[in-house]
Design a protein around this ligand. Structure first.
Ligand code: FES
Length: 74
């Protein structure tokens, strides 16, 4: 799946037809929280994820853009 550098990961995933959970957008309630298994992303959330979750490798894909190749547990 391709995701442009300025495209939110959630939008690319949904455009590819993958049924992933999401609700609030952007980054408020955490419905689109997944484990980042590889790569990095730039996330600008609105409180929907805790610092400890970020440290543990979680990401909100509705408010994140890729900074390279990514692998998420979706
Ligand atoms: S859809 Fe709500 S935090 Fe991503």
């Amino acid at each position: 799946m391709d995701c442009a550098a300025d495209e939110f990961i959630l939008d690319a995933v949904l455009a590819a037809g993958a049924p992933v959970p999401s609700s609030c957008t952007p980054g408020m309630r955490g419905a689109c929280k997944f484990s980042l298994l590889g790569g990095t992303g730039e996330m600008n959330h609105a409180g929907g994820i805790r610092p400890g979750e970020i440290a543990a490798g979680k990401i909100l894909i509705c408010c994140s853009t890729p900074t390279g190749d990514l692998v998420i547990d979706a």
